[in-house]
Design a protein around this ligand. Structure first.
Ligand SMILES: [Zn+2]
Length: 117
């Protein structure tokens, strides 16, 4: 379960950020993940809960928000978000080209916001 190691690194980064700003109590952390980043948000939230038990972060909430995948057509350069069903072939709404597009976003995983005091 790779969510566990992702949660571990997130907690480490959050801890460093909070220390930098002299914050001690974590309320909420908002995570943004790409649709094709292979992250299971429920697993990530559970891992976060498990790892923060009996730590100063206990009780903090993790919110995960999915970012759609965006690709750029290799023929006409149009950027679009293929729907979930079209993941294997992704017809371009501009010219109909079905594959070979460049993936612009959808693989990312980052902390968007930390609420702490
Ligand atoms: Zn196109």
């Amino acid at each position: 379960m790779h969510e566990l190691s992702i949660a571990e690194s997130l907690i480490k980064i959050i801890g460093e950020e909070m220390a930098k700003h002299g914050l001690t109590k974590l309320h909420t952390v908002k995570i943004v993940y790409g649709q094709i980043s292979a992250v299971v948000p429920e697993a990530l939230e559970t891992s976060f809960e498990m790892l923060t038990l009996n730590t100063p972060f206990a009780g903090a909430r993790m919110e995960c928000e999915a970012r759609p995948m965006v690709v750029r057509c290799r023929e006409c350069g149009k950027e679009f978000s293929p729907s979930h069903e079209e993941r294997l072939i992704m017809p371009c709404p501009g010219c109909g080209t079905e594959f070979g597009h460049e993936i612009i976003s959808g693989r990312e995983l980052f902390i968007e916001n930390i609420e702490a005091e």
